[in-house]
Ligand binder design. Structure first.
Ligand code: BMA
Length: 367
């Protein structure tokens, strides 16, 4: 029995040492084009706001997987400047995302975006590695079990390997890795995902964040990642920073807040959070972004120029991203004939806004 316990202790100790070695080696520098993207975002901030849309090239209202099609482009004649992609279920070894986008197609879209000189960002609604439930699982204490030396670390590391393999396959025609804004564990200031605020201690959340980024960057050698930290609604700088993993682990600070008239006053909450975010970004020397926003089904026909645009004028924001056009009761960008399409055209031509067509007249994003 004594020998058995000794072996067990030795095994976990070895695992901890192996993890420490694997993550503390090879401090890795961003590739030149990744740094260029960072510089570009810094340069743009306060001048123009890049417009982004989730899954823009993959599907929209009434169509799916039609090359070069985009609801945003159908309405204004240009693609967005930022494209969001969601890799949930990649960790399970599945061939398509939880939003039914085949990963082989996503890879092609990401390459296409890069060729357009536009920007890719990836979010990850990963399942709960301990019990297999979806992201929207509120079991308490999951994170602690994923950290080095704990019961589900090996399993979790396998999931990270799958993410790393996918990101590693995102290359241009010359074989260079395409820069990606990676945005894991989002909406972390609230409690609807298993990595949520009430489900885990802040210290564990920070440890998970650092472990993940170290794993991908140092252990897996990915030099093409800018890291975006996004809260959901938050109350104060202290609230936001309570889970902030440190300046070495973040390039972009943001939050996800939607216009939900039945729940809150969007304008008021945005004013407050943007003010706080701008302070956080400037004190940490980071880029500020509205990493998700929008109004589901855009019922207000003037939403773009009367609600969103004035907020963007008041603060220094690098980019915004509206969520996906999944179905008629779940879309966030207009499509031809949609009630806010005309207003979106005005928003598009506003001198503050930057879409993909305007990127060519700005300093190059990657070179
Ligand atoms: C949510 C919804 C879901 C989707 C998830 C991950 O906001 O759009 O339908 O599965 O994001 O993209």
């Amino acid at each position: 029995m004594k020998n058995f316990i000794f072996i067990l202790i030795l095994l976990s100790w070895n695992e901890i040492i192996a993890q420490i070695n694997s993550t503390s080696q090879n401090p890795i520098k961003n590739s030149e084009r990744t740094n260029k993207l960072l510089n570009f975002l810094q340069y743009q901030q306060g001048k123009k706001v890049l417009f982004g849309h989730q899954d823009d090239l993959a599907y929209g209202i009434g169509w799916k997987y039609k090359d070069t099609t985009s609801d945003v482009k159908k309405v204004v004649g240009s693609y967005p400047a930022v494209f969001g992609w969601e890799i949930g279920h990649l960790e399970l070894g599945k061939s398509m995302s939880l939003d039914s986008v085949p990963f082989v197609k996503m890879r092609e879209y990401i390459k296409e975006v890069y060729k357009l000189g536009a920007i890719n960002t990836i979010s990850w609604h990963l399942n709960n590695p301990v019990n297999g439930a979806s992201s929207w699982d509120s079991t308490k204490g999951t994170i602690a079990l994923l950290l080095p030396g704990r019961s589900h670390n090996r399993q979790f590391a396998l999931w990270l390997d799958r993410v790393a393999n996918f990101i590693h396959s995102l290359k241009d025609d010359e074989g260079n890795l395409i820069p990606i804004i990676f945005r894991p564990y989002h909406e972390n200031s609230q409690s609807w995902f298993w990595w949520g605020k009430n489900e885990n201690s802040d210290a564990d959340f920070i440890a998970l964040w650092r472990y993940t980024i170290d794993y991908l960057k140092r252990k897996k050698g990915l030099n093409n990642l800018l890291i975006a930290f996004s809260a959901a609604n938050f109350d104060s700088i202290e609230d936001y920073e309570s889970r902030y993993p440190g300046d070495d682990y973040v390039d972009i600070v943001g939050f996800d807040t939607y216009d939900k008239p039945e729940k809150w006053n969007y304008k008021a909450i945005m004013q407050k959070q943007l003010y706080l975010l701008q302070n956080i970004a400037s004190s940490h020397k980071k880029i500020a972004a509205i990493t998700e926003t929008g109004s589901v089904t855009i019922q207000n026909p003037d939403w773009w120029t009367t609600i969103l645009l004035p907020l963007l004028y008041n603060f220094k924001i690098s980019y915004i991203l509206v969520w996906r056009n999944a179905r008629l009761d779940h879309f966030y960008a207009p499509y031809p004939g949609q009630g806010s399409a005309n207003d979106f055209k005005k928003f598009f031509t506003d001198s503050l806004m930057l879409f993909q067509n305007g990127l060519s007249i700005e300093p190059s994003v990657y070179h």
